[in-house]
Design a protein around this ligand. Structure first.
Ligand code: OTU
Length: 652
């Protein structure tokens, strides 16, 4: 039976197979003026939502109850969605590929380090617009666990803002200001775990019925030990193990990340229901894009690595259907630090029965770009791009050089599987070079979670320090360092749908001062690349000739050329062109764009690769406007964005 205002208890004939009955109920929860549009959307998306929920919870005898509880509960939140957002919903339903335009550029920053508070972010809109940003990812700003909180990724409340950053009213106001400036706000949605001082965790510790079951708690250590046999470690040095003993629970709770981050039990439909409501409420405050943190870990099964399980993708399909139904202007972006083949599933392979996320970080491409730079060879990027399966049309990759996390090396293992040691030596050498070993470039990265049994794991550091932007002694800009920075940035600008710039990289900011980084509670090394924004650097970016100006203009120029290059729209297929020159990476986007990137420290002649360019055209470099000739060269660590130029002989 479905409880339905205005209709009493509506028998759901044949259970919720009769989606029509459920749809009638949910439309009745909408204001009258929205009922017809909801009817239309419901016909398309409600069956997909019910189907996904049935894959997750269909074996439960109370499945019908849960489906109507989840759908009607979400509908009640959607009924409160404001007029400005309803308008955005309608516009985006008319243009569902809106986020794949070539002009997209994302920027990621911590609220406090970028602007102090949510209100302070408004004063930075001019800086974002000058770079060409139309997508702002603010790292966690919801109320976080008191004390150590993994940079805000231990969420204590999904309904309130971290007090030192502002209020919900500030969030709404910021979203409106950003919308008016043509910028979409992206928020982390940390749905895999909550802080151990989140109300659910507190209730579980107090023995309140129904809350222990929201987590994965084991009375004895035998089962955790059994799981551990096939689990990996995310923080092998700073938080070894995936389970933590909690005396108040009288057992061990699943903690993939830090002991104070308790994994949620999505086998419990109450968890799905309440997390969906939390997401829709944040959407009603104006958040337009949700970064689904730690998505691969959402489902657990004994004997597996508890990542990327089929149920994870059914949870994402359910979230996507719910968002399409109740907040169609909203995007979902998967954060999955997994291998290339596994990654593509998060944005849906071509034949996906129903869509999942709109976007996903191409985390293996990011790691490959760094390996390529340290090896002076484009081969690993060729392999990753070749291993990237075609994804569903209305979805795309977020491509990036750096972010608030480490460079995670082990996602490249499949592409290195033909190495005798599985790639360990190559990854170690790459990590070593980024930490300034083996060559004089003075890269200033630091190893992350590396040592002992854990082998190579990750590398921390700001972009400027990893490419050795500055000369070792003088601190002046090294033009070759700038080329390395722009080469990696150019790769991210041409290989996906939404390129992302990490806060401070656009100004060549350097690593956080180590003494300051270690002063922060619970730092684990990633603080190295989480500096405060510098007012001096911001001022210098407007002064021609300064390092900040040259870096900013270099990145801004790449973004500007990208924005006017139709072939770089997110849904234009990428095709690798196997290069005869190891250092030279070549790939096409559509029929009228070829990226040529030289990953080594010597100039390479174009001639051997000339045959890769369609002879039907004459070609020019979109970055400089200069014609490209077969006898040309591509300088050390340089790139060329080849586009057809109007033929001088008048041919088409
Ligand atoms: C994500 O990270 C966040 O980006 C990290 O900042 C958080 O610490 C973490 O989740 C917990 O919320 O594997 O897919 O290697 O790359 O923890 C989830 C460190 C993750 C991060 C890794 C990543």
């Amino acid at each position: 039976m479905i409880q339905c205002e205005g209709q009493g208890a509506v028998p759901a004939p044949g259970g919720v197979e009769d989606v029509e009955a459920l749809l009638r109920c949910l439309c009745l929860r909408m204001p009258r003026g929205r009922q017809s549009s909801m009817q239309g959307r419901g016909r398309r998306w409600l069956p997909l939502l019910v189907r996904a929920l049935r894959r997750l919870y269909g074996q439960r005898p109370d499945f019908d109850h849960w489906v109507s509880d989840i759908v009607l509960g979400a509908a009640s939140v959607a009924a409160q969605r404001g007029p400005a957002l309803l308008e955005l919903d309608a516009a985006r339903e008319r243009a569902p590929g809106w986020f794949l335009a070539p002009g997209r550029l994302a920027y990621s920053a911590y609220v406090d380090r970028f602007a102090g508070t949510l209100r302070g972010v408004e004063a930075r809109i001019g800086h974002l617009k000058a770079l060409g940003v139309d997508y702002l990812h603010l790292l966690p700003f919801l109320r976080a666990r008191a004390g150590e909180n993994d940079g805000g990724f231990a969420v204590a409340s999904f309904e309130s803002i971290e007090p030192r950053l502002g209020t919900l009213a500030d969030l709404e106001r910021l979203c409106a200001s950003l919308r008016a400036a043509g910028i979409s706000l992206c928020s982390d949605f940390v749905l895999n775990h909550v802080a151990d001082d989140h109300p659910w965790a507190s209730a579980a510790k107090q023995g309140v019925p129904g809350y222990r079951e929201r987590f994965l708690v084991f009375e004895d250590e035998a089962t955790p030990r059994h799981y551990e046999r096939t689990l990996r470690q995310v923080f092998p040095q700073s938080a070894p193990g995936n389970f933590s003993h909690v005396p108040e629970l009288g057992g061990w709770v699943w903690t993939t990340f830090y002991p104070y981050q308790w994994d949620l039990n999505y086998a419990n439909p109450a968890v799905f229901r309440d997390m969906l409501v939390a997401l829709l409420r944040l959407a009603n405050h104006g958040v337009e894009i949700f970064r689904l943190d730690s998505a691969p870990f959402l489902w657990k099964r004994l004997g597996t690595d508890c990542q990327n399980l089929p149920e994870v993708h059914w949870i994402l399909r359910a979230l996507r259907a719910a968002v399409a139904l109740f907040a169609p202007g909203v995007l979902l972006k998967a954060e999955a630090i997994v291998t290339t083949g596994q990654l593509a599933r998060y944005i849906g392979l071509d034949d996906d029965p129903s869509p999942q996320c709109h976007l996903a970080y191409h985390s293996s491409l990011m790691a490959a770009s760094w390996l390529a730079l340290t090896e002076g060879s484009g081969r690993i990027v060729e392999r990753v791009l070749a291993a990237t399966p075609p994804t569903s049309r209305l979805a795309g990759w977020v491509t990036y050089t750096r972010c608030h996390d480490d460079i995670g090396w082990n996602v490249l293992r499949p592409e290195l599987s033909d190495e005798p040691d599985g790639g360990e030596a190559r990854l170690r050498r790459a990590a070593g070079r980024l930490c300034g070993l083996e060559d004089g470039r003075r890269a200033r990265g630091q190893p992350f979670q590396t040592g002992g049994q854990s082998g190579v794991h990750g590398t921390n550091g700001m972009l400027a320090d990893l490419v050795a932007l500055r000369e070792a002694h003088s601190g002046r800009l090294d033009p070759l360092g700038l080329r390395r920075m722009l080469l990696l940035t150019g790769l991210s600008m041409t290989s996906g749908a939404v390129p992302l710039v990490y806060m401070g990289d656009e100004l060549g900011l350097t690593n956080t001062d180590w003494s300051e980084a270690t002063a922060r509670p619970g730092q684990d090394g990633r603080e190295l690349h989480r500096p405060w924004m510098s007012e001096t650097a911001l001022a210098r970016r407007c002064e021609p000739g300064t390092l900040e100006h040259r870096v900013f203009e270099g990145i801004r120029h790449l973004a500007a050329v990208r924005a006017r290059t139709a072939s770089l729209a997110g849904d234009v297929r990428l095709r690798i062109r196997p290069s005869p020159v190891e250092a030279l990476l070549v790939f096409e986007r559509g029929e009228a764009f070829v990226f040529l990137g030289n990953f080594c420290g010597e100039a390479v002649a174009l001639d051997p690769a000339w045959a890769l360019l369609d002879a039907a055209h004459e070609w020019a470099d979109a970055l400089t406007g200069a014609p490209i000739a077969p006898d040309g060269v591509i300088d050390a660590w340089s790139q060329c964005w080849a586009v057809p130029r109007a033929r001088t002989d008048g041919q088409a």
